[in-house]
Write a protein that binds this ligand. Structure first.
Ligand code: A3P
Length: 306
């Protein structure tokens, strides 16, 4: 359930908190309002040192990370109704309450609170106070995964999100590349990879070694991973468990119905699936844009050709 809104990142210098100015206008650093992005929530959110923000470019394993962190925090919980109830999407406007009520609800959540966000670094509130778990994924796979995401949305969810249905893969590809959210997102976070409060994980490594990933997150956050709960937590975070319980991950708390057709969101979960859809020319254009926007050490870290 992802889109991003980062078109104004890097605008004029923000006031200390990016609060409304005298005219009541918000600092543009918080982005433009959209059905998936309420800048007022970002401007007024107050992070706590115990908070954890999951930040990703869309389709980089966001929902998987929401599940992993919720399971680590709870010691294994198979009973939640919607992952968005236990790990809210920070900047998402709600149909059932205004932004002030959303922030009030955040205030009542038990600590440690966990949120998902697709914000770039400049858009992320209190990024120096909270802890950040970032997941990145090969842009070629993110591109293809997001195409399937759009194809699998129910008509109602599509109308609400304001994102049009792609007419063809080629048309979608041009829009994805030109919009460039993946590139801006990774570019904005890369200078912070060594920050003490940032843990940057790669989807490809999570796939290779989920148990090791849980250990790394558990020691970074200081959340214990008791041996007696380990197998259950691993089971709940597996692709198979999440696919079998897909309605938990595809339904917002205020919605009666999931936003995706069955099988469309927790879809394939593979590394390199882009090979089934991207032409060599399209793949080369993604890599070219990555080379133009990211430094060589970042490309190497991501496993992309320099
Ligand atoms: P695919 O479309 O390639 O299958 P996000 O949550 O950021 O939107 O990312 C969704 C992608 O993560 C989808 O990729 C989905 O299948 C994959 N995913 C979700 N849960 C997963 C899991 N437990 N293991 C591996 N991949 C998972």
């Amino acid at each position: 359930m992802s889109d991003t809104n980062d078109s104004v990142a890097g605008g004029r210098a923000p006031d200390p908190k990016g609060a409304p100015d005298a005219e009541g206008a918000l600092d543009p650093r918080w982005g433009q309002p959209s059905p998936l992005h309420d800048p007022r929530i970002l401007a007024h959110f107050r992070g706590r040192p115990s908070d954890v923000l999951i930040t990703t470019a869309p389709k980089a394993g966001t929902t998987w990370m929401q599940q992993i962190l919720h399971q680590l925090r709870s010691g294994g919980d198979p009973h939640f109704r919607s992952i968005y109830e236990v790990v809210p999407w920070l900047e998402r406007p709600r149909r059932d309450k205004d932004w002030r009520a959303v922030l009030e609800e955040y205030e009542t959540l038990p600590e440690p609170r966990i949120f998902k966000t697709h914000c770039t670094y400049p858009q992320t509130p209190d990024s120096d106070r909270v802890r950040i778990v970032l997941s990145s994924r090969d842009p070629r796979d993110c591109c293809v995964s997001f195409y399937h995401h759009l194809q699998a949305m129910t008509p109602q969810a599509r109308r609400r999100s304001g994102i049009p249905e792609p007419r063809s893969f080629d048309e979608y590809f041009e829009r994805w590349l030109a919009f460039g959210a993946w590139f801006r997102n990774v570019q904005s976070w890369w200078p912070h990879i060594e920050d003490d409060n940032v843990l940057w994980l790669r989807y490809e490594n999570m796939k290779r070694d989920l148990a090791g990933t849980l250990e790394r997150i558990s020691s970074f956050l200081g959340w214990p991973l008791p041996a007696a709960r380990r197998e259950k937590i691993l089971e709940y975070c597996s692709f198979e468990w999440m696919k079998a319980h897909a309605d938990r991950f595809t339904r917002f708390p205020e919605d009666e119905a999931p936003s995706f057709r069955p099988g469309g969101f927790i879809r394939k979960g593979e590394v390199g699936d882009y090979r089934n859809l991207l032409t060599p020319e399209q793949e080369a254009r993604i890599l070219e844009k990555a080379r133009a926007m990211l430094p060589p050490d970042c490309l190497a870290f991501l496993g992309l050709p320099a």
